[in-house]
Design a protein around this ligand. Sequence first.
Ligand SMILES: Cc1cc2nc3c(=O)[nH]c(=O)nc-3n(C[C@H](O)[C@H](O)[C@H](O)COP(=O)(O)O)c2cc1C
Length: 223
Amino acid sequence: MNAHESDADVLERLLASRRSSRGFRPDPVDRATIDRLLAAAQRTPSWCNTQPWELIVTSVEETAALREAFAADGPGGSDLEFPPGYEGVHADRRRDVGWQLYEAVGVAKGDREASSREMMRNFVFFDAPHVAIVHTPRSLGTYGAIDCGLYVQSFLLAAEALGLGACAQAAVAAFAPTLHRRYDIGDDRQIVCGIAFGYADPDHPSAQFMSRRVAVEDSVRII
Ligand SMILES: Cc1cc2nc3c(=O)[nH]c(=O)nc-3n(C[C@H](O)[C@H](O)[C@H](O)COP(=O)(O)O)c2cc1C
């Protein structure tokens, strides 16, 4: 850290440097670092301070076992409804980041087999040593899920600050039946998403791009 950096400088730097990691070194993250990450993320705000997030965090061995369970079971459906489709600027932005990723990892436009292979890497958690599964009470509905979204961002930023790589994964939520069964998560709770994490492999081709954002003026009207 630069001695002249203000809190705002540090926050802006972390927000600017964080990116989704889709390539990891196999080394486990030591328990003290995981505990620090979780303690930082636990400070996330939530409506009425309900703190509805609960997590399963897997060891290297359990991550490997979960990969096998996913391969054996296949996706059985998600608790939260996935968007039925993307339209307009949202479709454009989705396509743009997809092409950035495919270009980085060498998938040619229109190569459906290679793009499907890349998509399937979701289900091995991009070879991350750990995955966190975030779940929330069904009864808290949309706002419980929003609280979990805030939690995910805290987790991702804390991971960045601790020198870890991470990738939020809605794709993991498509295996909700496997996750409920394997971790004894009651039907009164919904799986929100997974977060693959570990030490990012800086040499992995997927690390070679930074996703773009639209101008603030495209998102905000100040009245
Ligand atoms: C709730 C949520 C779910 C996501 N699910 C996936 C996923 O299933 N697979 C994936 O590769 N990336 C997933 N991402 C990562 C986004 O694609 C990524 O955040 C976005 O493209 C911006 O890129 P950046 O994280 O590198 O800034 C998800 C992100 C969020 C916030």
